[in-house]
Design a protein around this ligand. Structure first.
Ligand code: BLA
Length: 244
């Protein structure tokens, strides 16, 4: 279902950046499971370039039961750009949830004006994909922008509306990156290091996918996948709360 989105991202990345592979810890780049109704595979890719320190994307293919495309792009620490976040999910025909956003590292007005306001004109074209749904796991005021696409939708809308919206958001993201001025002051760079790390911790602590990973691939693999690959700058909670 989302393979064309993955392919498009890949083509864009390879044509625009001088990528090198970024290693994925042993055993985490691929897994398969026969636990569900349909056989499931999970595969991940990870790259880096001068401007992008971590580009990761993951595809879960469990046939009709689950199709997931998830990606986060982390700019190098000398850029204060938002992260690019993609989370497209389909659990059968009935439950399709899509989220696409520039994940702001800071919430002050100057930052909003610089990096979030430019999203507005695109967001306004895709009103049907910006549904103001309430977040149950995350806090919409932290690490999400006000112009995120967040929708419960159907397969036809994914093709006819999400795909063009996705292309436009990516286009804008590359453009912002091209125009970005690298930071040079060590204290400014350190602030980005901390904000990106905080994003990983925030996300690892709340990630609604750990149950999904556990159900297919087991608890231990799921924990490793979260803390050693997806959000590698997060530290696991000292005490396992039983939620996982
Ligand atoms: C929700 N994301 C979800 C859900 C799952 C995932 C299973 C819950 C769906 C539901 O039952 O309602 C899946 N999350 C994943 C997967 C990975 C992951 C497979 O990290 C990793 C491979 N999530 C992101 C990114 C964004 C994001 C980058 O990982 C931003 C674009 C957003 N996901 C996001 C939001 C929700 C969600 C906003 C709704 C959660 C809520 O209601 O609080």
């Amino acid at each position: 279902m989302y393979q064309p989105f993955r392919e498009f991202l890949e083509e864009e990345l390879f044509s625009r950046f001088d990528l090198s592979s970024r290693p994925i810890p042993a055993g985490l780049e691929f897994n398969q499971s026969d636990r569900g109704r349909n056989p499931a595979t999970i595969r991940s890719w990870c790259y880096q370039s001068n401007q992008l320190r971590k580009i990761r994307y993951t595809y879960i293919d469990a046939g009709e039961s689950a199709q997931v495309f998830n990606s986060v792009i982390y700019p190098a620490h000398n850029y204060d750009l938002p992260l690019l976040g993609i989370d497209f999910l389909a659990f059968g025909k009935k439950k399709i949830l899509v989220v696409l956003d520039f994940l702001p590292l800071f919430q002050d007005q100057a930052y909003q004006d610089k990096y979030i306001e430019p999203m507005r004109s695109i967001r306004d074209k895709y009103d049907d994909l910006a549904q103001n749904l309430t977040m149950k796991f995350y806090d919409a005021n932290q690490y999400f922008s006000k112009y995120l696409l967040f929708a419960k939708t159907d397969a036809e809308t994914v093709v006819k509306r999400l795909f063009p919206a996705y292309k436009e958001y990516l286009q804008l993201y590359w453009q912002m990156l091209e125009q970005a001025e690298p930071l040079t002051e060590p204290q400014d760079i350190e602030r980005i290091v901390l904000a990106q790390k905080d994003y990983d911790q925030y996300s690892a602590d709340r990630d609604p996918a750990s149950g999904l990973f556990s159900s297919y691939f087991g608890h231990d693999w799921s924990e490793r996948f979260l803390y050693e690959f997806l959000f590698e700058d997060a530290v696991p909670l000292a005490v396992t709360s039983g939620r996982r």
